[in-house]
Unconditional design. Structure first.
Lengths: 169, 169
DNA sequence: GCAGGATAGTTGGATATAAAACAATCTGTT
DNA sequence: AACAGATTGTTTTATATCCAACTATCCTGC
């Protein structure tokens, strides 16, 4: 990804546009986007997601599985609908995901209580073990995030994120 | 025969709905997720995205189109690759999007300079007009975001988001 | 000029997600 | 008991996205 050869063909393009291939800073004019929370929120989320994606891939788990397993571990017996709400995803999204987690022996679905429509989700032993590995992985990710954010700003930043998630309906 | 009278009933309650008028009886345990930047970043981004989605839908434009149009408007003649980088998406994602924007007469692709591989993107008159409408829409969205964040925290919050986007690679 | 490598844009395959429609079941009112 | 409405999880359909492979073109070194 490092292209550091100094070419001198930037000249003609420098006037109007930049073909996109000048080494580092692209001199793109972001206009109002630069000031917009929405845009920067998306870019930050993307960056964080990709960084975590790389980490979790090393232990063979896709990033989306992560919050799911944590929530099941913390709320044994939770239903799919409650789970989907807790992690902010549509319930239909959860169906194939859980099929996969069950097939891999990480999650159990039991039909305990009186409601025959809903399943209760729990982690298996293997699920708990994997979750622990993932926990280490996530803590490392959080350390990276903290290093960028700085301990000074962290608390306030987190508070603002929570407010946004809660109040932007 | 009644066992465990005082035990936590997360099981049952987690399965309960909390659709609208539940007085907070749901009580999901988020465990470490509550403290994780990554998770809260995703939830905040989702909330912001959905709010904007609703707004922009009113004028018949999908939210993804927005940054794209702004960047083209600000950088007339920009190439697809440069655009994809500026906007943080893969270039292949842009292909169908631009096909649509061109078909709708909002964007023009011209083959100006000497490189026959690349197109130069510019807004049409209609594109500029639509962008202006979208601008109003986005400003309203930003007002909502600001109202939640508070003018106090805004600058610091934005700075942190930018740092994350820039340094988490 | 020409070969090898780099780059622009497209295509195809895969995944994640949402929204709407659906079947089974529960709940409340009568 | 019976019916109407709500809810649970699934299926279907559609979109957005990435990555890898591809084609066409460009550039550099010879």
């Amino acid at each position: 990804m490092g292209r550091h050869s100094v070419k001198r063909r930037v000249r003609q393009e420098a006037g109007n546009r930049d073909g996109g291939r000048n080494g580092g800073a692209d001199a793109i004019d972001y206009g109002p986007l630069a000031q917009w929370i929405g845009f920067n929120l998306r870019m930050a989320q993307d960056a964080s997601f990709h960084a975590f994606s790389r980490l979790s891939q090393e232990i063979g788990v896709k990033p989306g599985r992560f919050a799911t397993l944590t929530l099941i571990g913390r709320n044994p017996g939770i239903s799919q609908t409650a789970l989907s709400r807790a992690n902010g995803r549509d319930k239909s999204t959860l169906t194939p995901l859980l099929v996969d987690l069950v097939r891999r022996g990480l999650v159990r679905r039991t039909q305990t209580h009186n409601d025959r429509r809903s399943y209760g989700l729990t982690l298996t032993k293997a699920g708990e073990q994997l979750l622990e590995q993932l926990g280490a992985c996530a803590r490392e990710h959080e350390r990276k995030l903290d290093a960028v954010i700085g301990s000074r700003a962290r608390a306030q930043f987190l508070k603002t994120l929570r407010k946004l998630a809660a109040e932007m309906e």
